[in-house]
Write a protein of this length. Sequence first.
Length: 394
Amino acid sequence: MKVPDVKREHSMADEVNDMALYRKKKKRAKRIRNLIILAVVIVAVALLWVYRDVIFEPLRGIASKIDNTTTTSVGYPVKLESSSDYELLPMGDSFVLVTDTYMYTYASNGGQRYALQHGYVTPTSVSNNKRVLIYDKGGHDFSLYNKNARIYQQSIKDEIIVSGFLSDNENVAIVTSSGSYSNIIYIYDGNGEWLYTQKFVDSLVMQAAFSPDNKEIYLALAHSEDGSIKTEIKKIRPGKENSELWSYEIDDCLSVDICFTDDVLTVYGDDRITTISKDGKLLGSYGYTGALEKISSTPGERIVVTDNSTKNSTITLFNEKCEVTATVVSEEKVKRIYKCDNGYLMLMDRQLALYDQSLNIIKQTTLDDEYSDFVDIDSKQVLLGYDELTEKNI
């Protein structure tokens, strides 16, 4: 006998189960959506962090970009406003000109990018590939710029600025003098925030150089002992209680400049060149045969130009152990050295010459006027004359 189909009525229990299943699916979908949103946010934040310099660099110092040029002309020669002094500095694909009243940045085509009246009595400048530091030597103020704007301006009251130094990135070291101390050094980050201070009673801070990661700083200090001048090199890790990592002393020598490249600290003294490892060990030393005129440091190579008591200059190339790898006597006095891809560019009174790695002349061109300085931008040379900037291509 066939049992008839009986249609079961939809019970209250079924409705409850359906509602629970619906809520469970909805909650799961919401959780998946939230995870996707979180993953997108994490990726976006990571990309912002990795490319933060590129993304936010145009916004640095945006408040100072209003009316930021004095001319719209492009090309060479660039006519200069009258000034008692000019400083010409390279900065990546741009270059900087500092006068007694203004700071200008230019593109490689001679077009002005930025101009600002700095207001300093004795402006002194130093640059790297991204930044230029200008401080009022003998005053209280200093500023950091990129190629399009002023990033910040700081002031150290009741102390006199003696010198300023810029890392390969953005950190700045400012050396001051005051009544109680011979020198005080202040370190700031790229936003002008104070990081570290050290005071010196019996020593003068001659130079400072940062490690590539900005975690350490090398200081060249000068003091007198038994009637002779001594240079003491200190490696310091700012922010630590026992901040001094090591020190090394050079007798009867006054440092003129220091440079840290390729894990080697080079000390250019008034009578010798000395190299020290990042661990404080002596690598080499070499005494000059003439008065020091010009220096240049690149990874693995150091150039020293000395006066040989004639109208010429002696150019000497050293390795990291201060061993002479090449030497040559120039036809004229050397005014400026620049390391380029093909070798070394050198400016004389009326000549611009390109030397190879062995200091052999590859090219040279006679200049139609005397120039005091130059920068090498995009394989072209911008020369500073009496009242204009001129472009050459050796």
